[in-house]
Design a protein around this ligand. Structure first.
Ligand SMILES: Cc1ncc(COP(=O)(O)O)c(C=O)c1O
Length: 359
């Protein structure tokens, strides 16, 4: 049907969700295409949802998520006025872009990076300025600085970067902040920060205390394993948070999500053990693949990047045959999440087969 709509929508790529695990007779299938946490929710989190939130589904949630906001403010040593919630950090990023950028404005970010950035920027009617990563998959900070001009309304960095899993060094982050005008906001997307073990990594909250133009986005989806409940948060100067609240989806973060977030913060030690176990699994997979002769960026998130290049689609078929869904970027490479122990074993075995086939 022909219907009247904004022409810009026709130029926006649809977000491609990680494929479900392929069904293969005789094999347990694993979905390692969306950087999810393979552990099932903590019993204490499920219980809190049942005890406190399920019986209140006829009521709207607290629109500001006051209890979660206060708890996060306390955790990060900021005021509640510095914290906003969103339906996942995807919505937090969307709030920020909608707040600062419109037609004629530019948003500078590294590429490849999170697939949602171009969609969010185009939806706002603004222009994406994609700065190619260095050959090792890390942000090219000098090129990003060079891309900033009088039309720039926002700069995004992603630490660790999806899909290359590279870490942003503190030196690079400081170089960027020193070069950017103080009235242009810089978003530090730290969706996977809990997995970043790089000794020289930037910690955006440290810079937040030094610069007036920093926004930090984090999420309960990854390390906390609440991807299905959709809750993330932004930390920013109070006037920026005010603006973000104006463009937020009203009542977007459910009471179930808020309750689960609070219960997860109560269970921080238990969740931290899981993060450590995933980091150990990552090290195991990386060591096995390096021994097979694979070269790829040292990963610092709960996934790694195989820059296979032209033969990416061909390689991807081998993962599907092994009942593994991975994230395929045709002609570029494959992003593989660290999943269940058996899923990781199977990844190692598929990669060994690929090496034998000359990949
Ligand atoms: C880099 C990055 N930022 C943000 C997100 C958003 O996650 P969520 O909306 O679940 O918080 C993702 C999810 O994949 C991501 O990869």
């Amino acid at each position: 049907m022909a219907y009247l709509h904004r022409a810009i929508i026709d130029t926006i790529p649809s977000y491609k969700q990680g494929k479900p695990a392929p069904k293969t007779p005789g094999l347990t299938a694993y979905k390692i295409s969306s950087n999810e946490n393979p552990y099932e929710p903590l019993a204490s989190v499920k219980q809190a949802i049942v005890d406190k939130a399920v019986g209140r589904m006829n009521r709207y949630p607290d629109m500001r998520g006051t209890a979660v906001v206060e708890r996060l403010a306390d955790q990060f040593g900021v005021k509640p006025e510095n914290v906003v919630l969103g339906c996942g950090s995807t919505e937090v990023i969307t709030q920020l872009v909608n707040l600062v950028a419109g037609p004629g404005d530019e948003v500078v970010y590294p590429w490849r990076s999170f697939e949602a950035y171009p969609i969010i920027v185009a939806n706002a009617g603004a222009t994406s300025v994609k700065v190619p990563n260095r050959p090792d998959g890390s942000h090219d900070i000098d090129a990003m600085i060079a891309a900033v001009n009088e039309r720039t309304r926002l700069i995004i960095v992603n630490n660790p970067n999806n899909p290359t899993s590279t870490s942003l060094s503190d030196a690079d982050a400081r170089k960027l902040m020193a070069a950017v005008p103080k009235d242009v906001l810089v978003l530090f997307d730290e969706a996977y920060i809990q997995f970043n073990t790089a000794a020289d990594t930037n910690v955006a909250m440290d810079l937040f205390r030094e610069y007036p133009n920093i926004v930090v986005a984090q999420t309960f989806s990854k390390a906390y394993g609440l991807a299905g409940l959709r809750i993330g948060y932004g930390i920013a100067p109070a006037d920026v948070i005010d603006g973000m609240r104006k463009v937020a989806i009203p009542f977007g973060v459910t009471e179930i999500a808020q309750t689960a977030a609070l219960a997860s913060m109560d269970a921080y030690d238990e969740l931290d053990e899981r993060v450590k176990a995933l980091v150990a699994e990552r090290a195991r997979v990386v060591a096995a693949l390096r021994a097979q002769g694979w070269e790829f960026p040292e990963p610092y998130a709960n996934f790694f990047w195989l820059p296979i290049g032209e033969r990416t689609d061909e390689a991807a078929e081998h993962f599907v045959k092994a009942a593994l869904s991975v994230r395929v970027f045709s002609g570029e490479g494959i992003r593989i999440s660290i999943g269940e122990h058996e899923a990781n074993d199977r990844v190692i075995s598929v990669c060994a087969d690929l090496k034998r086939l000359g990949f």
